[in-house]
Design a protein around this ligand. Structure first.
Ligand SMILES: [Zn+2]
Length: 75
């Protein structure tokens, strides 16, 4: 799994989304959702640890994250 290649939410392309894996599932956040929750300047390297993005089900932070192109079939 490649690391997140960019630095902040503002660097995500409009047609990309971020996937975050917690203890129970993988969630997908679009750029707009991330801007609304954590702001454009949030650093992607630590974004899964932000309390705003913590999973509602397991309550765990996400230690893995990666970007995906919207519209592509999920692996
Ligand atoms: Zn979870």
């Amino acid at each position: 799994m490649p690391p997140l290649p960019r630095h902040t939410v503002a660097d995500i392309a409009l047609d990309e989304a971020v996937r975050l894996r917690c203890a129970c599932r993988v969630r997908t956040f679009t750029r707009a959702e991330l801007v609304a929750r954590v702001g454009r300047d949030a650093r992607l390297g630590m974004i899964g640890l932000r309390p705003e993005l913590r999973c509602d089900d397991c309550g765990e932070p996400s230690f893995e994250g990666w970007t995906v192109r919207l519209g592509r079939v999920a692996p």
